[in-house]
Design a protein around this ligand. Structure first.
Ligand SMILES: [Zn+2]
Length: 110
């Protein structure tokens, strides 16, 4: 059985001691993200990032643990209305380890 890893938000509010509505929102967001596949995760976070405008990717990276570059890519895909992206799940639930987002070709050989 694969154990689902839910990212813990590392924003100021969530690390602080005081109660704040953002904390629940960030927790829920990360819970939802943990059930999505890579591309769905990227799009949901990109959508959230768009609401913030400048600095959104950095902010969402802190909250969700996704790389800012991954979020930027998600925004780009949204801007193209997801044209060319596969429909449906990109992999079955629990089917092995998540695919590494950024692939570097020939990284292990010359
Ligand atoms: Zn937070």
């Amino acid at each position: 059985m694969v154990e689902l890893e839910v990212h813990e938000c590392e924003c100021e509010v969530c690390r602080g001691a005081e109660e704040h509505p953002d904390r629940e929102r960030h927790r829920h967001l990360n819970a939802v993200l943990s059930r999505l596949d890579e591309q769905q995760r990227r799009w949901v976070v990109a959508l959230e990032s768009e609401q913030w405008g400048h600095g959104g990717d950095t902010r969402m990276a802190v909250i969700t643990g996704l790389h800012p570059e991954t979020i930027r890519r998600g925004r780009q895909e949204l801007a193209e209305d997801l044209a060319g992206r596969p429909v449906g799940r990109t992999r079955l639930p629990g089917a092995g380890r998540p695919v590494v987002e950024k692939k570097s070709r020939n990284s292990n050989r010359l």
